[in-house]
Design a binder for this molecule. Structure first.
Ligand code: G3P
Ligand code: CA
Length: 383
């Protein structure tokens, strides 16, 4: 019910009666979420399932996306790459060693980029067993042998449940894939997610989530300024978000001591600082000048020493003044990648508009949705 209500508010355009942004807090942040989401067709308090429900199932695989969809997330997040034979696929890393058995199947190509494999070759890989080995407490026999998914297959998942989530698509290492933005547009048009066909998409009948049926069904995200420009050219009508990173290739960082041998990456990232407010400002300006509707900054996770979250605890790019600066520019703030309730609370107090999360079930609960039985959902789908 709660979910249905917040979508109804958006659909009914109540935003027109609301102020542009909530009153500013003394520290420059907008308290408890801005109202920008009522002006932009993106859900307020957006729940973005980072590589699917990737705490409970292997990232970017079928059970991860099915679980996220059925839990009721607003968006399925995916990292887009292209195979050697031109097929769009959902893979995060540039190489396949971390989460497939590529070293066994193609021993001479264990470090080769994803782009050098055909779809047929990628489909020979096991993208699930690594998860069972890394997280035995969440392992399932049925995860062994899971396939890498094509974009088409992720779209099928988004379309074929009671809930209709949107897609939040990142162009990953786009410099390796010239023209991938146009390929993506062509695919999305062919699937009826863009263009004329999108105007007559059938609405979800059963589920509470209807993001996939509305104008916010797609969000494009990228760390690359060049790709943001390409997305602006190829998909001007699609909401776009510039992801933010501190350091090489990103916002200028203040000088800092190198990472110590016994220092975790999470601790190292957590002590990095922007060089100046102007350095941060310049990336916001670029985003705004190129029509982005928001930014995606990184976050520090409080429990970043845990076995899973340590992979996703990054630099603090969501200090109150940074969020305030983005909101003042009329841009949403979607934070990556946050999994723990204490961190949801801390950043929501600062006014962020949504989170990328591996733990969709925890974020949905935090936002007031009833808890669901993840085991039952996975079992219903044969996992
Ligand atoms: O896309 C948001 C977040 O996913 C960015 O980081 O490395 O997980 O793609 P990454
Ligand atoms: Ca991503």
């Amino acid at each position: 019910m709660i979910k249905a209500k917040r979508h109804w508010l958006r659909i009914c355009g109540l935003s027109l009666m609301l102020p542009f942004a909530a009153a500013q807090a003394d520290d420059g942040a907008t308290p408890q979420g801005s109202t920008l989401c009522t002006k932009i067709p993106i859900p307020c308090d957006a729940v973005i399932a980072h590589r699917g429900a990737s705490y409970q199932a292997p990232e970017s695989t079928r059970p991860a996306y099915l679980l996220a969809r059925d839990l009721g997330v607003d968006y399925l997040e995916l990292d887009l790459q292209r195979t050697k034979d031109g097929v769009l696929v959902a893979v995060h890393d540039n190489t396949l060693g971390r989460n497939t058995d590529v070293a066994e199947v193609f021993p001479d190509r264990a470090d080769a980029p994803v782009s050098s494999f055909t779809l047929d070759e990628l489909k020979q890989l096991d993208a699930g067993s690594w998860f069972n080995a890394s997280y035995p407490e969440r392992a399932r026999d049925s995860y062994s042998g899971l396939e890498i998914l094509t974009l088409d297959e992720v779209i099928d998942i988004a379309e074929n449940g009671d809930n209709h989530p949107g897609l939040y698509i990142e162009t990953k290492v786009p410099e390796q894939f010239p023209g991938i933005e146009q390929d993506l547009r062509d695919k999305l048009e062919a699937r009826g997610w863009l263009g004329d066909a999108a105007k007559t998409r059938p609405a979800a009948e059963g589920g509470a989530v209807k993001v996939g049926d509305g104008p916010g069904r797609l969000v494009m995200q990228t760390f690359s300024k060049a790709s943001l420009e390409a997305l602006e050219q190829t998909m001007p009508e699609v909401p776009r978000v510039l992801l933010l990173w501190l350091g090489e290739g990103g916002i200028e960082a203040a000088p800092s001591e190198p990472q110590a041998e016994d220092e975790s990456s999470a601790d190292y990232y957590a002590r990095q600082q922007v060089a100046s407010p102007e350095a941060f400002r310049s990336w916001l300006d670029f985003a705004k000048d190129h029509g982005a509707i928001g930014i995606g900054p990184s976050a520090v996770q409080t429990e970043h020493d845990g076995p899973f979250s340590s992979q996703f605890s990054y630099m603090e790019l969501a200090e109150p003044w940074m969020i305030g600066m983005a909101h003042d520019d009329g841009m949403l703030v979607h934070l990556y990648t946050v999994d723990e309730p204490a961190d949801f609370e801390r950043y929501r107090q600062r006014g962020v508009d949504g989170f990328f999360t591996n733990r969709a079930e925890q974020l949905l609960t935090f936002y007031g949705h009833p808890a669901q039985d993840q085991e039952a959902i996975l079992e219903r789908h044969g996992y």
